[in-house]
Design a protein around this ligand. Structure first.
Ligand code: 13P
Length: 253
């Protein structure tokens, strides 16, 4: 099955509103006219609304870096799916390893956030990935399987099509140490097979699986050449219009 390549930029805790608008203006110009690759950016919460205004009429999609599962109420510091939907957010990144590592995110809370996003018509970029000691201990597949089982618990076949999985080995994030295309493909294939057991084979064939971890304009082509790698979730290299647009334009290299 043909899957539309999907490149997303996770800005993490970077860019003031002013800086974000400057970057978005440059990006809009440099990715204009690209139809055979989907592109999205995930600015920090403070910049989401101004960026959404700037993106009107553009094919670049907007993503949040997280969300909370309740609609409203006494949850100081949280942002609800409704609030994101209102400002034309297409996607929510959920379960990023930095949230798991530093902010107590678990498979169970990831699962609640995923279901809340779907209930409000948001698409999800669901992040999974093993830590270095887990890889070295031969636990990669069991960690991935646990994260998929936990994160997707109770998520129905008819909504799962709106998910994008981002495989981000924690040891490759921000380290300059990218997984080789073969290492990444091995896990991507495992993820697709697992999705085929949780859902139908047809559904699993349609789900896009991004790779994340030190993706650059130099290594994107080799990664995208793999059968089960359908895109990338880019951190550092998404903070600059030139490098991010070169990644989005990987087909032209
Ligand atoms: P880097 O591309 O900076 O390694 O970050 C990857 C990532 O965590 C994207 O979500």
């Amino acid at each position: 099955m043909k899957r539309l390549p999907f490149i997303a930029g996770n800005w993490k805790m970077n860019k003031t509103v002013g800086e974000a608008l400057e970057l978005v203006r440059e990006l809009k110009a440099s990715v204009q006219g690209i139809e055979d690759v989907e592109a999205a950016i995930a600015p920090p919460f403070t910049a989401l609304y101004p960026v959404s205004q700037e993106l009107k009429g553009s094919s670049l999609h907007l993503a949040s870096q997280n969300l909370f599962w309740e609609e409203k109420g006494a949850f100081t510091g949280e942002i609800s799916p409704m609030m994101l939907k209102e400002i034309d957010c297409h996607y929510a990144i959920i379960g990023h390893s930095e949230r798991r590592q530093y902010f107590g995110e678990t498979d169970e809370t990831v699962n609640r956030r995923i279901k809340a996003a779907f209930n409000h018509g948001l698409k999800v970029i669901f992040c999974i990935g093993e830590m270095l000691q887990e890889r070295e201990g031969g636990l990669t597949f069991s960690v991935i399987e646990r994260q998929l089982d936990g994160g997707l618990k109770g998520v129905e076949e008819n909504t799962i099509e709106e998910i994008v999985i981002a495989y981000e080995p924690v040891w490759a994030i921000g380290t300059g140490k990218t997984a080789t295309p073969e290492q990444a493909e091995e896990v991507h294939q495992f993820i697709r097979q697992k999705l085929g057991r949780l859902y139908s084979k047809r559904t699993s064939e349609g789900i896009r699986i991004q790779y994340g971890g030190s993706v650059t304009p130099e290594n994107i082509k080799g990664l995208m050449a793999q059968t089960n790698i359908d895109g990338a979730l880019v951190g550092g290299a998404s903070l600059n219009a030139e490098s991010f647009s070169r990644i989005v334009r990987f087909k032209e290299m």
